[in-house]
Design a protein. Structure first.
Length: 510
């Protein structure tokens, strides 16, 4: 029996009104995954007090989730194409809720690391499934662009909502509440999803190649780990080895995909200039946005002494800009051109980052809020259109694998943004001159300086904080300049690579 939401790719089958309710279910899943990626940061001090993790364990608690998601996205997107995207989404949502309980009640650092990794496995099933289902729910190009815009706006909003939700919960409950909030959301998602979501899969999927899954996991985790650790500690032999291992595994993954009759991901897609340009623009958009939000969060809290919930609210303009842009991006790309909208979005981010090179300790919120609004708007334009191009560059049977490519670019862009701009900030920050008695820990991070100041006499503490904050702000201003240059370069690259690209049922080349 044909599902009531399923329509022909082309034809006169009426559009079922339930597709927008189904989109609401998918947006709920995306919002939750995005919130969960940012909410832990606020809970970390409370979690550390209870579980007493070592410095290394604390890093793994923070990173295990994103490492596993990055490593499994491609594999899970391909699995959804094979077993059914609705089925994978509902299984993943149920697992996400159950593992959230394990996170909330973890009793040891080791248990918490395992719980975060398992949450990453569940999260990896959700993101590509949601975007692939949109491809199969919305066959009208205009509606699909709007749906993808709403989807991408939810992902952006989740990054900003996470700190606000976390701040509210932590003011009234213990740290485990930031995970338990997932349960009622997932219950609604599963209950409504069972009724409203159509099933879709590749009718001739081929086997799910486990060696490819393994190579993808090792490759992405190795590369993302090396990028993050090199930014924090510089290049050491273990970090270099992890990066080389990851690169070798990804090389093996690509070679294997080219040899398989039915690969997990058809790497020949990257020969398509439009597809490659969209993936690159996607990655660089998130690079600029995530790097900015990461350092502005520290700036707002540790330099301007805002509470976590105040900092979260202060970052809301980025989400607002992304939401507005997501809703108009498709229409704008059809009115003007794909490359004009994407290149303009990237250029807007670059120019906004350039404005932050004037940042000081006392910079007023109007400049910061306006910059965030414009950055969010530019990112919303670019990310919505690039996601649409990536999704429609393949037959709908392979939508899960294509969605996973988009999501992998998102995760890699996040890691690169924090790592590359982080290395700039760290190198500038560490050279500040503090008063006599300044411990080495104060030179490791601004948070370390704030902690160290508590144990110093009042005059020395004030001098330490002034020097550390001034050095940190100098680093952020320089990083903003580097980010601006990268995004303006990306704008030029997008203008070239996306020439002739159009939004339709598939890319049109001229």
């Amino acid at each position: 029996m044909t599902h009531p939401l399923r329509t022909a790719e082309q034809g006169s089958t009426p559009r079922a009104p339930g597709r927008w309710i189904a989109l609401g279910v998918l947006v709920l899943a995306v919002l939750l995954v995005a919130v969960d990626a940012t909410v832990l940061g606020l809970a970390t001090p409370y979690l550390s007090e209870d579980l007493q993790p070592s410095g290394t364990q604390l890093l793994w608690i923070g990173d295990a989730y994103s490492f596993v998601i990055a490593g499994l996205l491609i594999s899970m997107g391909s699995l959804g194409d094979r077993i059914g995207r609705k089925r994978l989404l509902l299984i993943g949502a149920t697992a996400f809720g159950l593992v959230s309980v394990l996170n909330a009640y973890a009793q040891t650092p080791e248990m918490m690391i395992v719980a975060r990794a398992l949450l990453g496995v569940a999260g990896a099933t959700l993101m590509p499934s949601t975007l692939a289902l949109i491809r199969n729910l919305f066959h009208d190009p205009g509606e699909r662009s709007l749906a993808i815009g709403i989807w991408s706006a939810a992902a952006s909003a989740g990054m900003a909502v996470g700190p606000i939700v976390g701040g509210l919960l932590l003011e009234h409950f213990w740290w485990g509440s930031v995970f338990l909030i997932n349960l009622p959301v997932m219950a609604v998602l599963v209950a409504v999803g069972i009724k409203m979501l159509p099933e879709s899969r590749n009718p001739s999927p081929g086997p799910w190649d486990l060696p490819s899954v393994f190579l993808s996991l090792i490759g992405m985790v190795g590369v993302v780990y090396a990028i993050k650790e090199a930014a924090a500690d510089g290049f050491t032999w273990p970090i270099l080895a992890a990066g080389v291992l990851g690169a070798a595994a990804l090389h093996g993954f690509v070679r294997r995909q080219r040899a398989l009759p039915v690969p997990l991901v058809d790497v020949r897609l990257f020969r398509n200039r439009g597809f490659s340009g969209a993936v690159l623009a996607n990655l660089l958009t998130i690079l600029g946005l995530s790097g900015l939000l990461f350092f502005l969060s520290q700036y707002l809290q540790l330099v301007q002494d805002r509470r976590p919930i105040e900092a979260g609210i202060a970052e809301l303009p980025a989400a607002a800009g992304a939401v507005v842009a997501g809703l108009i991006a498709g229409a704008a790309a059809r009115r003007f051109s794909v490359r004009a909208v994407v290149a303009s979005g990237l250029a807007v981010i670059g120019l906004s980052l350039a404005a932050l090179t004037t940042l000081t300790q006392t910079t007023g919120y109007p400049l910061i809020g306006t910059t965030l609004l414009v950055v969010g708007f530019g990112a919303g334009l670019s990310f919505t259109i690039t996601s649409d191009i990536i999704l429609t560059a393949v037959p709908k049977e392979q939508a899960g694998a294509a969605s996973a490519v988009s999501e992998t670019a998102y995760e890699l862009g996040t890691a690169l943004g924090i790592a590359l701009l982080g290395s700039v900030v760290t190198n500038i920050y560490q050279d500040f001159t503090g008063p006599a008695g300044t411990p080495q820990a104060a030179h490791e991070s601004l948070a370390g300086a704030v902690v160290a100041a508590v144990h110093l006499p009042a005059d020395a503490a004030a001098a330490l904080l002034q020097a550390a904050r001034e050095s940190f702000v100098d680093g952020v201003a320089l990083a903003a300049g580097v980010g601006a240059g990268l995004l303006l370069l990306a704008s030029a690259v997008a203008w070239f690579l996306l020439r002739g690209q159009k939004l339709s049922n598939g890319p049109v080349q001229h």
